[in-house]
Design a protein around this ligand. Structure first.
Ligand code: 5GP
Length: 216
């Protein structure tokens, strides 16, 4: 039994979408959430045509693909959603998502607003969206520079993009300002706990539970 859900009540898994401009701390947050085994979150590993960063591993952070391979996946409808971000293609493989949700387990997504819109269109009631904001633009720039993995040109492009992305905060269910990662973690966990307990997600499970309860 996970501490974040009631016992014995079967429910549908949910899709937790974390979005933010690059550098807002989403990667750290995602890593911490996945390391918390009690939360039992499965990361959706995207395919991308972007070059691999030195800190990244194929099949762990992304599946790195050629443009032709990406095209094939898209043409065969193997992607739940896809988008072009910063001149590269990114997409979510469909099959793992369906497998995890059917088991009543939750999937964590690190996708942008274009992908979020597509997933909302396809499965709105299974989706919970959180937008992560940096505490300031200055801090965002500092975090991107500290990462020291991208060229000055790429950093400038990401900062420019961040302004557009931040303006889209209104389309998300929840907004978290990530000034302190521990606090942001507590907030995401609170959201997850409440969303898991929503009646609509466990209608069948609650119906059975209440029936047994009243039969006592
Ligand atoms: P990065 O290149 O820094 O890893 O990611 C750049 C942006 O692409 C981030 O905003 C990230 O959320 C987004 N992204 C990563 N994977 C996907 C995906 O599968 N679909 C969509 N739509 N966006 C993605």
């Amino acid at each position: 039994m996970s501490p974040a859900s009631s016992p014995d009540l079967h429910r549908r898994g949910l899709m937790l979408i974390l979005s933010s401009p690059s550098g807002a701390g989403k990667t750290t947050l995602t890593r911490n959430l996945l390391q918390d085994r009690a939360l039992d979150l499965t990361l959706s590993i995207s395919v991308t045509t972007r070059d691999r960063r030195s800190s990244e591993a194929d099949g762990v952070h992304y599946y790195f693909k050629s443009k032709a391979e990406f095209e094939r996946l898209r043409a065969q409808d193997e992607l739940l959603e896809w988008a072009e971000v910063h001149g590269n293609f990114y997409g979510t493989p469909r099959a793992p998502v369906e497998a995890v949700l059917t088991q009543g387990r939750d999937m964590l997504f690190d996708i942008d607003y274009q992908g979020t819109q597509q997933v909302l269109k396809k499965a709105q009631k299974d989706v919970v969206t959180i937008f992560i904001l940096p505490p300031s633009m200055r801090e965002l720039r500092a975090r991107l520079e500290r990462r020291a993995e991208d060229s000055a040109e790429v950093i400038a492009k990401r900062l420019e993009n961040a302004r557009h992305e931040i303006a889209r905060w209104t389309m998300y269910d929840y907004v978290i300002v990530n000034e302190d990662i521990q606090r942001a973690m507590v907030e995401v966990k609170a959201i997850l706990t409440a969303e898991r307990l929503k009646r609509a997600r466990s209608e069948e499970g609650v119906t059975e539970f209440v029936k047994r309860l009243l039969d006592e």
